[in-house]
Design a binder for this molecule. Structure first.
Ligand SMILES: NC(=O)c1ccc[n+]([C@@H]2O[C@H](COP(=O)([O-])OP(=O)(O)OC[C@H]3O[C@@H](n4cnc5c(N)ncnc54)[C@H](OP(=O)(O)O)[C@@H]3O)[C@@H](O)[C@H]2O)c1
Length: 214
């Protein structure tokens, strides 16, 4: 089990993903705050008051942050990342999916869109492959759900430790070239949840056969 020292985490987007991740990271002992387009809106206040978390403007999201989590609709990704400004050494965790939207011609992943808005961003894709409820309930029948992660090294390993600490079977599957797989994996989860009648209350688990005895 990971013993990670408390990290400073800013979550951009106080919606479904943002509030579940904030709860999970807060409960794990991390310093969590939100960044929002309008930090003073009733919607943001309602989403954050349960945990009494601070809310800052987008431009201040990376200040003092080890991680900045992007949890906004795909249509808002480019403008939101632009509004974040210089991220410095903060790792950008991208939890977004296109869902019904399509990538622009120049992009093969959402990471490409992020890079267009902020070429220097350190990007790790994570928390996009499962319904947000799992962030606060990452086990089923006492087994941790599988959470694949991909992106820049060594940040991807740090994000893996964060995910493991909140209860996932988290695995770094590769660098930026593997991000496309995570976005496709999310399409599979969404398809199974909403097109096959399975519903949201499921996740994937990883089984590994023990090495055969010699
Ligand atoms: N829901 C899931 O189970 C799930 C799971 C994995 C990944 N994802 C992905 O995670 C991202 C967030 O999903 P979500 O379900 O958390 O969405 P959501 O509940 O609609 O929340 C989105 C948040 O983004 C903010 N936002 C910033 N710019 C926006 C804009 N231009 N238009 C609309 N909202 C804007 C909103 O803040 P304001 O208060 O300022 O409006 C809102 O708090 C999406 O890319 C989604 O595909 C979702």
């Amino acid at each position: 089990m990971t013993t990670l020292r408390p990290q400073s985490i800013t979550i951009v987007g106080a919606g479904t993903v943002g509030t579940h991740l904030a709860t999970a990271f807060h409960n794990a002992g991390h310093h969590v705050r939100f960044a929002a387009r309008d930090p003073h809106s009733d919607k943001v206040r309602a989403a954050t008051e349960t945990l009494s978390l601070d809310v800052v403007a987008l431009r201040a999201a990376s200040k003092g942050a080890d991680f900045v989590v992007l949890a906004v609709p795909f249509a808002a990704v480019h403008d939101t990342v632009s509004a974040l400004g210089d991220l410095g050494e903060s790792v950008l965790i991208d939890a977004t999916n296109t869902v019904a939207d399509t990538l622009p011609d120049h992009a093969t992943t959402i990471a490409d869109v992020i890079t267009t808005a902020n070429p220097a961003a350190i990007i790790v894709k994570a928390f996009n492959t499962i319904g947000a409820e799992a962030f606060t309930s990452p086990t089923i029948d006492h087994r941790p759900l599988f959470l694949p992660i991909a992106g820049d090294s060594p940040a991807a390993e740090q994000v893996r430790q964060l995910a493991e600490q909140i209860g996932f079977d988290a695995v770094v599957i590769g660098d930026r070239t593997a991000i496309r797989l995570l976005e496709t994996f999310a399409e599979l989860w969404i398809h199974m949840a909403f097109r096959t009648g399975l519903g949201r209350n499921f996740g994937f688990a990883r089984l590994k056969r023990a090495a055969p005895q010699q």
